[in-house]
Design a protein around this ligand. Structure first.
Ligand code: SF4
Length: 340
């Protein structure tokens, strides 16, 4: 039986073979999950639901309920509550911005597997199939596009330029074409995450300090300043709604995919699978230290690598969690199956 290779696993190996080994062979993971990732997952699930029930007159209510269920600790934890407010406001703003769509939804959360081929001979890999899950496939102006949701903290021209380098989506398009979907491009559906925060108000001490500073600037030596009260939920929601009603809160970008680029990518996939088999055969997983700080934060495995793979660091900081990645129905076994 062939093993399923996801884009995440493939990209992980390309970035750092040792990281791949730690994540996909040894199944090590840091217990905590970055908030940004959790927030992105909730929005992703909300959009999936939004597009699955397009004919439902209560669909916004249902998606709001889904978001509420994703933040069960919102009354006990202020940070969870903050993300709940943001997720609700983002989806409510989205619903207001796109009450109807210029496209027809063809597939939502489309899972697929496809053969990886040797680009020189056309022969199928005997070891792997590639698998993935596309956010959606839509028909727009008579042609098929992949629909890809992105949450971002800012949408600059750099950010839009980087969409052209989105290897995962180009590969998905290639393999979905092989499966009978004549995809011509990608429709990126970008949702901006606001930096607004609910105002906490002043403590009595903070107020006294501020009042003293204002009084010192005043000739009379007095100040009429009032203590700032915490912002209520209703006030914060109103501010969030205004923010999401602004033109830049949502953005869509249509990108066409060139045949040349897809041909290069499929060649790269083949090469990476060959390098993987070689690493596994030799039991050598190189450390690519130029990748340790690639995502504006240290790699999750930095403490382990820095410690020289000390077993105490490993036991204290990591838990063993088999990867599930983006596929739910399929078993991800890359790196586990000894029949490679
Ligand atoms: S810390 Fe650096 S060398 Fe170690 S796994 Fe991560 S990217 Fe690779």
């Amino acid at each position: 039986m062939k093993s399923l290779l996801t884009y995440s696993a493939l990209n992980c190996f390309r970035n750092c073979p040792r990281k791949y080994q730690l994540r996909y062979v040894e199944h090590l993971r840091r217990p905590e999950r970055p908030d940004a990732l959790a927030f992105g997952s909730v929005i992703h699930a909300a959009l999936e639901s939004w597009y699955r029930i397009t004919d439902d007159p209560h669909r916004l209510l249902k998606v709001q309920a889904l978001i509420d269920a994703a933040f069960p600790l919102r009354d006990a934890d202020s940070e969870v509550r903050h993300h709940w407010h943001l997720a609700r406001a983002m989806i409510e703003g989205y619903a207001a911005r796109y009450p109807t769509e210029p496209f027809e939804v063809v597939e939502i959360e489309k899972e697929f597997t496809a053969e990886i081929r040797n680009p020189d001979t056309g022969r199928e890999s005997q070891t792997f199939v590639i698998g993935g899950k596309a956010d959606g496939i839509v028909r727009l102006d008579g042609e098929l596009y992949l629909l890809e949701h992105k949450t971002a903290s800012s949408i600059t021209s750099d950010y839009l330029d980087r969409l052209w380098t989105d290897t995962q989506i180009a590969l998905y398009s290639h393999y979905l074409r092989e499966l009978g979907y004549p995809i011509v491009g990608v429709l990126y559906n970008c949702l901006l995450k606001t930096r607004l925060r609910q105002r906490a108000g002043e403590t009595q001490d903070e107020f006294e300090i501020r009042r003293a500073e204002l009084a010192a600037k005043n000739k009379s030596g007095r100040s009429t300043a009032q203590r700032q009260e915490p912002e209520t939920d209703a006030e914060f929601r109103a501010r969030l709604a205004d923010w999401h009603a602004a033109p830049g809160a949502f953005h869509r970008e249509r990108i066409y995919l060139s045949e040349d680029r897809m041909a290069l990518l499929t060649e790269e996939v083949w090469q990476i699978t060959q390098q993987y088999l070689d690493a596994k055969r030799r039991g050598k997983w190189l450390l690519n230290t130029s990748h340790c700080f690639s995502f504006q934060r240290p790699c999750d495995y930095l403490p382990l690598c820095q410690s020289g793979f000390n077993p105490n660091v490993r036991a204290n900081l990591y838990e063993v969690v088999p990867p599930h990645e983006e596929l739910t129905q399929l078993t991800v076994s890359a790196g586990v199956d000894d029949s490679f």
